[in-house]
Design a protein around this ligand. Structure first.
Ligand code: ATP
Length: 357
């Protein structure tokens, strides 16, 4: 029996409302599993915690999260709680830098039941990997602004680019071996205009050469925006720079039918954080009507990741069951929250997912 400790950040706004039923579903899976067991430790952080204590991300929470086997994080931040300089409180972004979580994993899936604005464009199941610690975010908060001009600097490093490309090919191999993709990585860049991206492409090609059994190709980011709409079923794993990935991942969430369905992971060499793509939805917080699906799908990604890390196929099987349970609820259309056109509560959706499990 492998014991796994999960660090839990409840977050702000709808954060705790979607985290509680997600942890309950994970406890249910864990109780039935014979190969693994999950324990949970709730850690303090977020805008609410900052308002109370003046500290948005306590050092003790970071240390406990580092020591955990995986980190489950709900949305954080509140519109009216800010630092003295007026900037937003975003411990989820601070954690990315603190733990060097360079690979932002953003799955894009459209299966029957997903309310995609594209209708039914075939079996869409690809993963966008967004570099998350450098690129155009290199000068985040430190850009130069004068009366006459403003600059930000894009920086790519060899070390992170190589790790990122290695990660992308490893994911493509896992997906191929588990029957979820053909095993192909597409480098998304702007190598026709910027030398930095031509350099990144060379690093990508060098990594591709180590994987003759996997496919590798390139696309310009502007063309990719078009193709994600026109032929989303054509892709497997995409790897790209931070800002390009920031934009394309929201396009991906839109293609799936909304933020309430978009899970994500931020993965580094030693730690991984799993969280929904959406924010704290202050407009509906406290009403018990938030859609918990993105949070639950993020938990399913966590089980998939732990399965590979711990070489425990039972975890991957439960990750798949959890995702398929959500998809069955989506497909039946009977128990959906307001963002998906229904009138169910968070709790009712979570119970329907539990029943589908
Ligand atoms: P952030 O900048 O923190 O990402 P945001 O203001 O861009 O936040 P959200 O907090 O994600 O965006 O909210 C955008 C809209 O989507 C809001 O109207 C919100 O109610 C809705 N929304 C977001 N997440 C959910 C959810 N899980 N269930 C239902 N509605 C949601």
């Amino acid at each position: 029996m492998t014991e796994l400790k999960i660090a839990v950040f409840d977050g702000d706004g709808i954060g705790p409302e979607i985290m509680a039923p997600t942890v309950a579903l994970l406890r249910k899976l864990s109780a039935r599993a014979s190969e693994y067991s999950l324990t949970f430790e709730t850690l303090a952080a977020g805008a609410g915690h900052y308002a109370k204590t003046g500290d948005a991300l306590p050092k003790a929470s970071v240390a406990a999260a580092r020591a955990a086997d995986a980190i489950l994080l709900s949305a954080m931040g509140l519109p009216d709680v800010r630092y003295a300089d007026g900037t937003e409180i975003t411990p989820q972004i601070d954690l990315r830098f603190e733990m060097d979580l360079y690979a932002g994993v953003r799955p894009v899936r459209i299966a029957p039941g997903y309310p995609s604005p594209l209708g039914a464009p075939g079996d869409v199941d690809f993963v966008l990997i967004r570099e998350s610690t450098e690129g155009l975010f290199h000068t985040k908060g430190k850009g130069t602004v004068t009366e006459d001009y403003a600059t930000e600097t894009l920086k790519l490093t060899r070390a992170t680019s190589e790790k990122l490309c290695r990660f992308a090919f490893a994911l493509a191999r896992q997906r191929r071996d588990s029957g979820r993709g053909p095993g192909r990585v597409t480098c998304v860049d702007k190598a026709n205009v910027f030398r930095a991206f031509a350099w990144f492409r060379e690093i990508f090609d060098a990594e591709a050469a180590h994987h003759p059994d996997l496919g590798a190709d390139h696309a310009y980011v502007d063309a990719m925006a078009l193709w994600m709409v026109q032929k989303p079923a054509a892709f497997d794993v995409l790897v790209t720079e931070n800002m390009f990935g920031d934009i394309l991942s929201d396009l991906g969430a839109g293609l799936m039918g909304g933020l309430g369905l978009a899970p994500s992971a931020d993965i580094g060499d030693a730690n991984a954080v799993f969280q929904p793509c959406h924010g704290t939805a202050p407009d509906i917080a406290g009403k018990g009507i938030a859609n918990p699906m993105a949070m639950i799908l993020s938990a399913a990604m966590m089980l998939d990741w732990l399965a590979v890390e711990r070489d425990l196929p039972a975890l991957a099987a439960d990750g798949t069951r959890l995702r398929e349970a959500v998809e069955r609820v989506l497909q039946s259309k009977e128990v959906l929250t307001g963002d998906l056109g229904g009138s169910a509560t968070t709790q009712q959706v979570a119970e329907a997912v539990g029943a589908a499990l």
